[in-house]
Design a protein around this ligand. Structure first.
Ligand code: GLU
Length: 305
């Protein structure tokens, strides 16, 4: 049993890549007889997008996916994230950072050993209290970074095996006061009792940061399964420019929710191509160990004959 979840950001309609991740996350949880939860990751959106959120729910339901309990929205949970950040501050694990994106990009262009691309080079780590005060007095907004102390963190992924990374000093609160994605996700997964995180493998590189935060906040550990993305024929991540990629587009092309579910199931070897299926039909044959490890190149859906 491993409680699972799907946590889309309501930035736009779900496309085949996110729908495929949702189907797989649902299959991981439901095939183990576990609860499956839905979370709206709207923390960093300037304005609420109720119509997009609603379209996510309608699309998931049309595909045949269900979820348990209340849907939580990150935008209503700021105090919970602030409390977690306060605990890190009290433990001396944070420092204010005044770097602009530009400064970080310039500094990070220098070689930095084991750190992944885009890792923070530590510029503000050693600022004295006076230097911090001077910058604040000059009106520079401060982000808050975690003092990772060069921790080398290993995570085990169901599909990728062991992933180890030296964690950089990453942001836990942005300089506009918004809690950072890595922090919110870890706090929410714990609060919702999530035990297995199934999501797109574009998030694999940030996972060791989340493992470190889970430990520092003394939250229960979770297991991970990062599933491959869907790419367009040009090898780039699936997007609108690739044609019919949302349920709405595909409906216009004559496909039902069950046809799209069939298409997605066929892409992971769970169904014959061209047949409509419902997620529940796939439960018996779902085997995480047999999932493809490579991205699916989507060349377009053929309407049913
Ligand atoms: N909200 C993230 C996204 O839409 C997913 C976060 C996660 O699953 O941890 O890409």
């Amino acid at each position: 049993m491993a409680v699972g979840r799907f946590a889309p950001s309501p930035t736009g309609p779900l496309h085949l890549g996110s729908l495929r991740t949702a189907l797989l996350a649902w299959l991981f949880a439901r095939s183990a007889g576990s609860a499956f939860l839905l979370r709206v990751e709207d923390l960093d959106l300037v304005a609420a997008r109720p119509e997009i959120e609603a379209s996510h729910r309608t699309d998931l339901a049309e595909l045949g996916l269900d979820w348990d309990g209340e849907v939580i929205r990150q935008s209503s949970r700021r105090p919970v994230y602030d409390e977690a950040i306060d605990r890190l501050v009290a433990a001396g694990r944070t420092y204010p950072c005044f770097c602009t994106r530009r400064e970080i990009a310039d500094a990070a262009a220098a070689p930095h050993g084991e750190h992944p691309d885009g890792a923070y080079p530590g510029t503000c780590r050693g600022l004295t209290p006076t230097e911090v005060e001077d910058r604040l007095a000059a009106g520079r907004p401060a982000a808050l970074r975690l003092r990772a102390e060069g921790a080398r963190v290993a995570a085990v992924d169901r599909l990728h095996g062991a992933v180890a990374m030296v964690v950089d000093d990453f942001v836990v609160r942005r300089n506009d006061g918004v809690p950072a994605y890595n922090l919110a996700v870890v706090v929410d997964d714990a609060a919702q009792g999530v035990e297995e995180v199934v999501r797109g493998d574009d998030l694999l590189p940030t996972t060791p940061r989340q493992v470190l935060l889970t430990r520092l906040l003394e939250l229960p550990p979770v297991t991970y399964a990062h599933v491959p993305l869907v790419l367009g024929p040009d090898g780039r991540r699936l997007a609108k420019r690739h044609g019919s990629v949302t349920l709405d587009d595909l409906r216009v092309d004559g496909l039902t929710g069950a046809d799209v579910c069939g298409l997605l199931a066929a892409s992971v070897g769970l169904a014959e191509p061209g047949r409509p299926v419902r997620p529940a039909d796939l439960l018996d044959r779902f085997d995480p160990d047999r999932l493809p490890r490579r991205p699916w190149i989507f060349e377009g859906a053929r309407p049913p004959a």
